[in-house]
Design a protein around this ligand. Structure first.
Ligand code: NAD
Length: 260
């Protein structure tokens, strides 16, 4: 029975994080929602969740590009609902450029949000998990934590780093009932991939639907983008007792992308 457990899902105002938060709320977890929405819109989202799923929900719009913002999020979460039982490190950004031209400021902010924040947040919530002898950290990495693509130097570096961090935290928590795992999606239908779809539509003079198929099919033998709810259902499984001995893994959900 997880009904009193508290899950913090970073970046849960959109895309995969929203899908994960919805599945966890539907499974009875209390949810700390988080993302870059203004406070009023965030409060509305939390109220909508409470109405739909009958669980308590909080909201923070802390900026995860700094240690200060990460600490602010942990404090706000504890003020809302006590110690964190489940941390889903999901917030992330993308920027594409050839490595030789990659703007340093873009590199720094991408590494900050996609890699430093999961580390800072894990560091701050792990002690309580270790003390009570139960906890789950799920890192939303990517196939780009396992393999490379052109023009994604910062993203691949951050996601490979996140997979490495997952493994170390899993080892260090293994005796204490705390598991740490990464999920490595291929293409997921969210706002994050829209600029890449639009770029293909423009370059090839085709409509958005065909551009999406071209983008997904270029990498995935199974040319269908995963839905955010499917990632959410996988997170629910990783929190269940059936997954108690799964730790330190990096699980692809990628239409065969990394099988090649
Ligand atoms: P999205 O753009 O729909 O959502 C990103 C979320 O992160 C939003 O809630 C946003 O507010 C939040 N966020 C962004 N920058 C932030 C910052 N500085 N501080 C705090 N919050 C911030 O993206 P998505 O596609 O749902 O991606 C979620 C995660 O999944 C990311 O880590 C991404 O790398 C990963 N991922 C996505 C795909 C895909 O195809 N969409 C594939 C593999 C992995």
């Amino acid at each position: 029975d997880h009904s009193c457990k508290l899950a913090l899902v970073t970046g849960s105002t959109s895309g995969i994080g929203l899908g994960v938060a919805r599945e966890l709320a539907g499974s009875g977890y209390r949810i700390m929602l988080h993302g870059l929405l203004d406070a009023g819109a965030g409060a509305d989202l939390a109220a909508d969740f409470t109405r739909e799923f009958a669980v308590d929900c909080g909201f923070s719009n802390a900026d995860l590009s700094t240690l200060r913002g990460c600490t602010e999020l942990v404090v706000a979460t504890q003020e809302f609902g006590g110690s964190v039982d489940v941390l889903v490190n999901n917030a992330g950004i993308q920027y594409t450029s050839a490595a030789v031209d990659f703007p340093q400021a873009r590199w720094d902010s991408l590494i900050a949000v996609n890699l430093n924040a999961p580390f800072y947040l894990s560091q701050q919530v792990l002690p309580a998990m270790l003390a009570v002898g139960w906890g789950r950290i799920i890192n939303i990495a990517s196939v780009h934590g396992l393999v490379a693509s052109n023009k994604k130097a910062a993203y691949c570096a951050a996601k490979h780093g996140l997979v490495g961090l997952t493994k170390v935290l899993a080892l260090e928590s293994a005796k204490a009932g705390v598991t740490v795992n990464a999920i490595c999606p291929g293409w997921v239908e969210t706002p994050l991939i829209e600029p890449q779809i639009q770029a293909i539509a423009q370059a090839q003079g085709i409509d958005i639907e065909r551009a999406k198929m071209a983008l997904v099919g270029e990498k995935q033998p199974l040319p269908v983008a995963t839905q955010p709810a499917a990632i959410g259902q996988l997170v629910v499984f990783l929190l269940s007792d059936a997954a108690a001995t799964m730790t330190g893994i990096a699980l692809p959900v990628d239409g065969g992308w990394t099988a090649q």
